[in-house]
Design a protein around this ligand. Structure first.
Ligand code: ATP
Ligand code: MG
Length: 490
């Protein structure tokens, strides 16, 4: 497993941290109110790892809301947002989000994530955290200021790179099944190993994920997709039995069938490899999503054809058509981002197809025209998609890919079709033939566009005008104004 070695655990990073104004104020208020307060959770974990963290959690063994308000006042901080139902309060300090909660014991009912909350000690609070590495607390009060409270050996797990629940994992996961996804998310982000008993409990409790909302699931999934090596997460999601609960289309990609000694590649492992490849070149979440979905329709288009072997004809179009349904079910955005993913899935074979034959200007122009400003993203996806195990073939594809890239640059400089604006407008056509809006106008525009993309005429008005007149005549129209007007020449 690819452990993210850019982070190392170092306790000396705790020195001086409590001197910052927030903690000084929090300590002062805690002393005054006679309560015990701690900073806890992700902030402490990231501090030890030397990872930047923009949210700070503070727990007190008292009413968290009242304490938050007193600390905010001490700091002259802005508005305190109170979430009465959760017993939490939050305010911003510059760009840092500070969240307060009273230490509590919790027990969850089986069918929802809504806990029954009873006030508790710091130890109770640590027990109900998801993982040992997320349960570390630093006392703020003078008596034990800065002395890490680590009842579950979280520092040890942080050093060894282990995800483990503080309590028996079946209890932790059954109380809040979202934690199963969080385990895989942290394992992916940090390159950590999920302790065997914890992982086995995820496998046992996987069905419980069904009570978790689509939004919470996609939040974790997006963090997995956004990690440096997202395939780690997808393998764990698959092996744990979680993936099939919310993303069955992806599980369908699994497996390599063989007929008459002819196999095809396992599209699940291919997909996550493509995703890793994209992740090396782009942090764009939606480009990464396009990688996840690029072959999603392969199982539905798979055929064994006599003499040709396995084919997946039309999987790019069918896959593009599957995108909205998947996004809707996962409650992912349905606007611009979804359209981008859909478009990339639809076009993902185009550059590859180009690399298999002679790269003509006209094919390149059409690709530029169809991809528009998304051409760069498409080319990243396309290169990432070259995963052949046959080194010679891979080399050939990559060489051809470079050729396509070069051609793209050359053609774009020459013909500017990336954001194609037709050199002849509908008004031009109506004026030239004195006709009202009608089908002929669209037909003529298509002929002109094709002529430009095929390289038969230049992408300009002077070249397009005579072609328009000629096409109109073919359609039986009479030229009333044959002169090329000022128009929208580019
Ligand atoms: P990140 O901020 O990178 O998402 P984080 O660990 O800080 O990671 P948050 O959602 O900010 O996660 O939560 C802060 C802390 O709250 C966690 O470190 C953990 O101690 C606790 N926590 C969050 N969600 C849960 C949960 N579902 N079950 C138990 N504890 C949780
Ligand atoms: Mg956090």
């Amino acid at each position: 497993m690819a452990r993210d070695t850019s982070y190392t655990v170092d306790a000396s990073r705790l020195h001086g941290v409590l001197d910052q104004p927030l903690f000084v104020a929090a300590a002062k208020v805690a002393e005054r109110m006679g309560v015990k307060a701690y900073t806890i959770g992700g902030y402490v974990r990231d501090l030890l790892l030397g990872k930047p963290c923009k949210d700070i959690d503070i727990v007190c063994e008292a009413d968290g809301i009242a304490y938050a308000q007193a600390v905010a006042q001490e700091l002259n901080a802005g508005h305190v947002h109170v979430f009465k139902n959760f017993g939490t309060a939050m305010f911003m300090l510059g760009d840092v989000q500070v969240e307060f909660v009273g230490a509590r014991k919790e027990s969850y009912s089986r069918n929802s994530r809504k806990p029954e909350v009873v006030p508790g000690t710091i130890r109770d609070d640590q027990e109900r955290r998801d993982f040992t590495i997320n349960a570390l607390a630093i006392p703020l009060n003078a008596e034990d200021r800065g002395q890490l409270v680590d009842p579950f050996y979280g520092v040890h797990d942080l050093e060894r790179g282990i995800i483990r629940t503080p309590l028996a994992p079946d209890i932790t996961f059954s109380d809040d099944p979202l934690r199963m996804l969080r385990a895989i998310r942290f394992a992916t982000q940090l390159g950590f190993f999920i302790d065997a008993p914890t992982f086995e409990a995820i496998q046992r409790n996987a069905e419980r994920l069904d009570i978790i909302s689509a939004e919470r699931i996609h939040t974790e999934l997006n963090k997995i997709i956004g990690a440096p090596v997202p395939s780690i997460g997808f393998k764990l999601l698959l092996d744990s039995g979680l993936l099939v609960r919310f993303f069955p289309e992806m599980v369908d990609l699994l497996g390599a069938e063989e007929k008459f000694g002819i196999g095809h590649k396992d599209n699940f492992y291919h997909t996550i490899q493509v995703l890793d490849n994209v992740a090396k070149h782009s942090d764009d979440l939606w480009l990464r999503w396009a990688a996840v979905l690029h072959d999603i329709a392969k199982p539905r288009t798979k055929r064994f054809e006599q003499g040709r072997g396995w084919t997946f004809h039309g999987h790019e179009d069918k896959g593009a058509r599957m995108v909205p349904g998947i996004f809707r079910r996962m409650k992912l955005p349905l606007d611009e981002q979804m359209r981008f993913v859909k478009k990339l899935v639809a076009l993902h074979l185009r550059p590859i197809a180009l690399t298999k034959e002679e790269v003509t200007d006209s094919a390149v122009r059409r690709l530029l025209f169809d991809a528009g400003d998304d051409i760069d993203a498409l080319m990243i996806l396309c290169k990432a998609d070259i995963t052949s195990k046959n080194e010679a073939r891979k080399k050939r594809y990559l060489a051809n890919y470079e050729l396509v890239l070069e051609k793209l640059k050359e053609v774009e400089e020459k013909d500017r079709v990336r954001n194609f604006q037709p050199p002849i407008t509908g008004e031009d056509i109506m004026g030239a033939f004195n006709i009202p809006p009608c089908k002929a106008i669209g037909d003529i525009k298509t002929v002109i566009k094709d002529a430009i993309l095929d390289g038969r005429i230049h992408n300009d008005r002077a070249a397009a005008w005579p072609l328009m007149l000629e096409e109109g005549k073919k359609l039986g129209l009479t030229v009333v104004n044959g002169m090329e007007g000022p128009g929208s020449s580019s």
